[in-house]
Design a protein around this ligand. Structure first.
Ligand code: SAM
Ligand code: SF4
Length: 321
């Protein structure tokens, strides 16, 4: 099997696929209150087109697929896509990142279709703050989602938490306790600047500061645990805590991923606006052209992001986080 190696020697084996830009939340750091101009459904890659793309990517050495969005579960019958991807040669792992609200409807079907694991985004355990952050979400719906993940038999569940100064930085220890009690890992993510939050520096809290808060309450030891992403893990006696520092350029040196937007743009770097569209080629099932476009995207993948000097121009919901 081929391997995709970019111009800086990084091996690319992981793809994050945004299946929709739509969402039933409007998180303050991700989407404007009024939503965005949703892409018309007929401009989105169909599930068959996405699975064709993955078939080609699988032959080139992509082995891990993350389904994301927007909220991936607002696109109907995501389990059908999971079934298609499950049958693809070379794909060893399929995971999902979700806000959790639709899991009561889909968790069992996703398990039956062959989804390997789920990450749920959860920034707070306070109902009021949950409403403040997500604008449209209800905390209890997400908590129900955790119960169904467990009863459907999923393991290796993770929680992703974006930490924001004065908003949820007082809940770090409670969130760790909540996650570890349920047997989940928790990962803290630094807020990434987007045009939605011009005053992001007022809310930004560094992973270093988050770690200091955690050390006051927990005995943490560094760990060699590795997952698909750029998380650095520490261990407490009850479970793992991961830290994701998108603003650190060291993160870029270990980057192993590309992204595919719901409209068929390959995005080689979250922090740059360079896109390579594959929609026509996948619609024609032109394997040679899709392969060329994937290889071209890897060739032009930038060395590092520029988030410290520029904010991300697209909303995170359009790129998939
Ligand atoms: N709707 C799903 C969810 O919320 O998990 C999947 C898509 S969401 C765009 C993927 C991840 O991106 C979430 O964990 C979310 O917290 C994170 N995210 C979105 N905007 C962000 C920002 N400005 N900074 C850091 N993380 C962000
Ligand atoms: Fe929706 Fe996820 Fe963005 Fe929140 S972070 S608005 S749940 S896509």
């Amino acid at each position: 099997m081929e391997q995709l190696i970019d111009s800086f020697g990084r091996k690319i084996n992981y793809i994050r696929i945004s299946v929709t830009d739509r969402c039933n939340f409007r998180c303050i750091y991700c989407m404007p209150e009024g939503g965005i101009n949703w892409k018309p459904m007929d401009t989105l890659l169909t599930y068959e087109e996405i699975s064709f793309f993955i078939k080609v990517a699988g032959k080139l050495g992509i082995s891990k697929v993350k389904l994301t969005g927007g909220e991936p579960l607002v696109r109907k019958h995501l389990d059908n896509l999971v079934s298609l991807v499950r049958k693809t040669d070379g794909i060893k792992e399929i995971s999902l990142t979700t806000n959790g609200t639709m899991l009561p409807v889909y968790a069992e079907r996703l398990k039956d279709a062959g989804l390997d694991r789920i990450t749920v985004s959860l920034d707070t355990l306070s109902k009021d703050k949950f409403k403040q952050i997500t604008r449209m979400g209800v905390l209890d719906d997400v908590l129900k989602g955790f119960d169904v993940i467990d009863s459907a038999g999923f393991t290796k569940t993770k929680i992703n938490t974006v930490v924001m100064k004065t908003i949820n930085d007082d809940e770090i220890t409670q969130l760790i306790e909540f996650a570890h009690k349920r047997g989940y890992d928790i990962r803290f993510i630094e807020l990434m600047p987007t045009e939605l939050i011009p005053n992001w520096k007022d809310y930004f809290i560094s992973i270093k500061r988050i770690k200091d808060i955690i050390k006051d309450r927990f005995d943490i030891k560094s760990s060699d645990k590795k997952t698909n992403g750029p998380s650095v893990y520490y261990k407490t006696k009850d479970g793992y805590i991961g830290f994701i520092t998108p603003l650190s350029k060291a993160f870029c040196a270990a980057c192993n991923r590309i992204r595919l937007s719901s409209e068929g743009d390959i995005i080689a770097c979250l922090g740059h606006d360079i896109r390579v569209n594959v929609k026509d080629a996948v619609a024609r099932k032109d394997e040679v052209m899709v392969e060329k476009l994937i290889k071209y995207s890897i060739k032009i993948k930038p060395k590092e992001h520029s988030m410290l000097t520029e904010s991300i121009h697209s909303t995170m919901s359009a790129i998939g986080g």
